[in-house]
Design a protein around this ligand. Structure first.
Ligand code: URP
Ligand code: ZN
Ligand code: ZN
Length: 473
């Protein structure tokens, strides 16, 4: 007797779709075939619907003290929002300051994430490379957390990794099968531009984006890729926003070099005109939002597979935190000073809907591509495939049923991210997750949450040696 059968659905893989049933027992997919209703305690009829492997979100920042703010959600709340967005595994970053042990910080983060209703993992962060922190990389790989972020900017905030640190971490990663994740923005370019704005006393939201132009990102992107080529190891570049950076990746890919490029749903659907609004501070994130043309160039990068990962970079702050350091003028309006606004946007819950609607239903990509970008490739690159990222016998029964005909209008009340605004307010979406299943348990059904606090499990990961050797997804 099975615990659950999902019948008559269109099972979606990264390169094909088949109509079949899935049988689940003890949290695992145990058979794919045709079954009768009597064979299971619970039967879900997915006729006309698409059945996807649960989403894997490898890029978010929850309860992360940054620029004085903490975020709007606890990990449990974040896991609810994730589940409504078809995400069944998420990964967050260890909090890190100079002098701390990356390994101890990852362990502390794991503890904080235990209250999650969905599965979770942690990335390390490296700010400095000394004997002790480099030794931690061995421990982190052994612990099942072999991915580490480094910021190429945010020097003033005290979290930037200098070039030498980046090189040393790359070298160690090559040795022990670790995989670095890079936030590519040139600190000197950004800081010089910010200084100029300070001198002109114009720190408007619009100028925030101007201080971090495309070349600020592309220079750092290119430097990271050259370092990786020099060391001869793979890297992930997170939140990429433009063609100039993608062209660097294209050149690397043409030689089979493993550069895994991520972009986020916000860079595909939100644009820099938001900075012209009075509440434009709500759209401040790094790298900044770009133009519709640049977003279309990102879609081109998705179509030609230069971009292989979609990460929301969810960093959800409500108005109070976004504006906590801003002052008001005599009319009660915020005095624009982008230096005083914490960076980051919400996006976890809308990641899959945006890819289904803007990607598949608008004819840009296939539903198989969406599975690759939001689940399979992420599981492969971050080292938890085939436990995650595929509907296969033996994989965890993390499953999302999608209704490609369902139309919704995005708004703050629809989402579960605990904030009083929605940058996608009014956006028409066609294609939405209808049911989310974690380890065989239905955790979202008919827009209601049935998951449990602390039900999520820590996912131990290890990077496949081919992932850091050659680009082959
Ligand atoms: O603005 C952003 N992206 N905030 C989150 C931290 C980061 O850099 O990813
Ligand atoms: Zn970043
Ligand atoms: Zn981030």
């Amino acid at each position: 007797m099975y615990d659950l059968i999902i019948k008559n659905g269109k099972l979606v893989y990264d390169s094909y779709t088949i109509e079949n049933d899935i049988a689940v027992k003890d949290g695992k997919i145990v058979q794919i075939g045709k079954f009768s209703d009597e064979q299971a305690s619970r039967v879900v009829d997915a006729t006309g619907k698409y059945v996807l492997p649960g989403g894997v979100e490898a890029h978010m920042h929850c309860m992360a003290p940054f620029q004085g703010a903490l975020g709007a959600n606890t990990f449990y709340e974040q896991s609810i929002s994730a589940a409504f967005g078809g995400v069944t595994t998420f990964m967050d970053f260890a909090n890190m300051s100079r002098g701390q042990s990356p390994f101890e910080q990852v362990k502390a983060r794991r503890k904080e994430m235990e209250e999650s209703a969905i599965d979770y993992s942690v990335h390390g962060k490296f700010i400095e490379a000394n004997e002790s922190t480099l030794k931690d990389i061995d421990k982190l790989v052994e612990y099942g957390t072999p991915t580490f972020k480094m910021f190429m900017t945010y020097k003033k905030e005290g979290v930037m990794a200098e070039d030498e640190t980046i090189l040393k971490v790359f070298q160690k990663c090559k040795e022990v099968k670790g995989l670095p994740m890079l936030h590519c923005e040139s600190n000197p370019i950004a800081e010089n531009n910010i200084r100029e704005c300070e001198e002109k006393n114009d720190l408007s939201w619009v100028n925030f984006a101007k201080c971090k132009p495309v070349l600020c990102e592309a220079e750092a992107f290119s430097r990271a890729v050259w370092f990786a080529k020099y060391v001869d190891t793979g890297i992930i570049v997170v939140h990429t926003t433009n063609k100039e950076a993608l062209d660097v990746a294209r050149e690397a890919h043409s030689k089979g070099f493993p550069v895994y490029v991520e972009t986020g749903p916000h860079y595909l659907t939100l644009f820099d005109d938001l900075y012209e609004r009075e509440d434009g501070y709500l759209a401040i994130c790094s790298p900044p939002l770009r133009t519709p043309k640049q977003a279309e160039e990102l879609w081109d990068g998705i179509k030609d597979k230069t971009i292989s990962l979609i990460g929301s970079d969810d960093c959800t702050f409500d108005v109070d935190e976004k504006s906590m350091f801003l002052e008001k003028d005599s009319d009660g309006k915020f005095i624009q000073d982008f230096r005083k606004v914490v960076n980051g946007l919400s996006g976890l819950e809308v990641r899959l809907p945006i890819m289904l609607s803007e990607g598949v239903n608008k004819g840009r990509i296939s539903i198989n591509d969406v599975v690759a970008l939001t689940s399979t490739n992420i599981a492969k690159v971050y080292g938890c495939f085939p436990q995650k990222g595929i509907l296969a016998v033996g994989s965890d029964a993390d499953i999302v049923i999608v209704d490609m005909e369902k139309e919704v209008t995005l708004n703050k009340d629809l989402l579960h991210n605990n904030i009083s605004y929605c940058l996608h307010e009014g956006m028409q979406i066609k294609g939405y997750p209808q049911m989310t299943i974690s380890h065989g348990n239905i955790i979202v059904e008919d827009a209601k949450f049935y998951g449990e606090k602390f039900a999520g499990k820590f996912v131990e990961r290890s990077i496949d040696k081919n992932i850091i050797k050659k680009f082959d997804l």
